[in-house]
Every structure is written in C-alpha cells, then in structure tokens.
Design a protein around this ligand. Structure first.
Ligand SMILES: [Zn+2]
Length: 304
C-alpha cells in the first residue's frame, strides 16, 4: 500500500502474554490477526496496583482471561475505550462484570453521517453497537487514577466517537486506531469521515507527545514525524484522485484500479470506501462535483 510512510510490520508479542512496554504501561496482544487488525488488538494496562485497562478488545474468552490474569492481585478502577469497533470494546462488558470497574468512552457507536436512501451499511458490520459507557467523556476531560491520569482528545474520523488519550506527565499518547504504526487507518463512510479524520490528524500533530501506543502494531517513536507522513500520504491520495478525475476517470472502481496498485484483494472494499471518504471530503470542499450526495456508485468530475 503506502510505502511513503515508514511502516513497522514487526510486532514480537505472543497473544495473551503480558509485555512491559513502557514504565507504568503493560500490553497484551489479542489473538485476532487479520487484514484490518495486523497481529491483533493490543490492550493496555496503565499503572500498578490500581489500574486502568485501555481497549479491552474483542469478545474472546482467552483474551479476557489473559487480561484478568495480568491484573491478578490488583484492582481495575477504569475500563477505557478508544472507540466502538468489535475488535476494541466488546470485552469491556465481561471485564466490567468481573472487576466492577466502570467503563469510559465518548459514547455509543454512531455513524459519522446519516445513511442515504438505499445505502447499505458496509464495513459498519465492524461496529460494536452494544457498548454504552458508564461514564461519557468529552474532549479535554481528565480520567484520574492512582498514580496516573489520562487526558481525552476527541479524534473523530476513523469512527465518530474515537478518542485518543494522553498519559499525563509523560510523552505517551494512546492513539487507538487513529494513528497506527503498521498501516494507515481505515476511514470508511458512513462509519468514518475523512473531513473529521484529517482535522483529527492536525489535532494530534499539534500536540507534544512523541511516543504513540496504538490499537494495533508496535510502539510509534518519533510520532510527530510519523503523523506528518500520514498527513502527507492522505494529501497525496487526494491529489491522485483529483489527477485521475482530470484524466476522465469518473467512478470509484476506476479510481481504485488506477490509484491502489498491487492492492491486497481482501482490502478492495476498504479501498473503495476510503476513496468514497476522500470524495465526500473533496465534494464538501467544492473541489469535486457529483450528482446528489456522494455515493459509492456515483459519478464524479472536477468542477467546471
Ligand atoms: Zn477501529
């Protein structure tokens, strides 16, 4: 895919085995590898003794047992969710039941925009519509625990309810699926929004943290440089779309064929939705026109 970004496709973690990734932060890999999840979801444990779990992960009995085993003899005081995809939030409920800890998140799953008439829900099958946080958090809220505190940073785009969390007093940001070291993030309408996503990239780019711990993949060091490449990559994709529209390509299938050379066929649907996400954003900025609302089957052109 996008070799202009210095991706790291190594992650030497064994599912279920606790890894002390940074001072005061442990991580546990879930065994849910795949084209969208890399080696699997990475759950984080913050603090020692009285701890938070960030992104408890998919509804997988082995992963739930591994997390509970990792905090044996400790007290879980907070369960924090970056966003409501099925690989991140479903095990919040069983871990809440086992520990009594309240759950924290921006809100239940919701779409970034209303569905158009006749528009099917596509990748939104990945949404966890069961999760309802006990405590709703807003941008700037601080979740304070015993010896640690997390500042919530609203980062919509991958989903409407995505939150990143800065570990206060450190150089560390939990970036969820907003920024990941192994791949670009999926931005798929109507679940996600490219306009929101780009604004959220600018938000984290303006922040001081230099080390990111993502929902998938290894630690991102030099995060500001990485985020700058992420933004440049999206701007480059946008330029490619405008270029191909200028050449006469007018539908998403043709654009994807022209732009995504050597694409993993399993990611074809995601590439089409990502292209739609860009076209929605470009249409909103009046750089592209289409008839009616931008849709997956629409015809697109440069404005006259
Ligand atoms: Zn996600």
């Amino acid at each position: 895919m996008s070799e202009d970004i210095p991706f790291n496709r190594v992650l030497n973690l064994v599912p279920g085995v606790v890894d002390h990734v940074l001072p005061g932060v442990r991580r546990v890999l879930a065994d849910n590898p795949g084209p969208f999840t890399f080696k699997g979801t990475v759950s984080y444990i913050i603090g020692r003794g009285r701890v938070a779990i960030i992104d408890p992960g998919p509804a997988d009995a082995h992963h739930i047992a591994a997390l509970l085993n990792a905090v044996r003899g400790e007290t879980v005081t907070h369960i924090v969710v970056t966003h409501t995809h099925r690989d991140h939030s479903p095990s919040a409920a069983p871990i809440r039941a086992a520990t009594g800890a309240p759950t924290y998140g921006e809100g239940p799953h919701r779409l970034s925009r209303p569905l158009f008439i006749g528009e099917a829900k596509r990748l939104d099958a990945g949404g966890d519509t069961d999760f309802v946080p006990d405590r709703r958090i807003a941008d700037g809220d601080v979740i304070a625990g015993d010896g640690w505190a997390l500042e919530a940073i609203a980062t919509p785009g991958h989903t409407a309810n995505h939150m990143a969390f800065a570990l206060k007093g450190t150089d560390v940001l939990f970036s969820g699926d907003h920024v990941m070291g192994w791949s670009t993030s999926i931005v798929a309408p109507p679940d996600g929004s490219m306009s929101d996503y780009m604004a959220s990239l600018d938000r984290v780019a303006a922040r001081p943290e230099t080390v990111y711990l993502a929902g998938h993949g290894d630690v991102i060091r030099d995060a500001p440089g990485f985020v700058a490449r992420y933004i440049a990559h999206r701007r480059g994709r946008e330029a490619s779309i405008l270029h191909r529209l200028g050449k006469g390509e007018a539908d998403i299938a043709s654009l994807v064929r022209a732009i995504y050379i050597g694409l993993d066929p399993r990611l074809a649907g995601a590439a089409a939705l990502s292209t739609l996400a860009h076209l929605e954003d470009l249409t909103a900025r009046k750089l592209v026109t289409t008839d009616g609302a931008p849709s997956i089957s629409g015809r697109y052109r440069l404005p006259p």
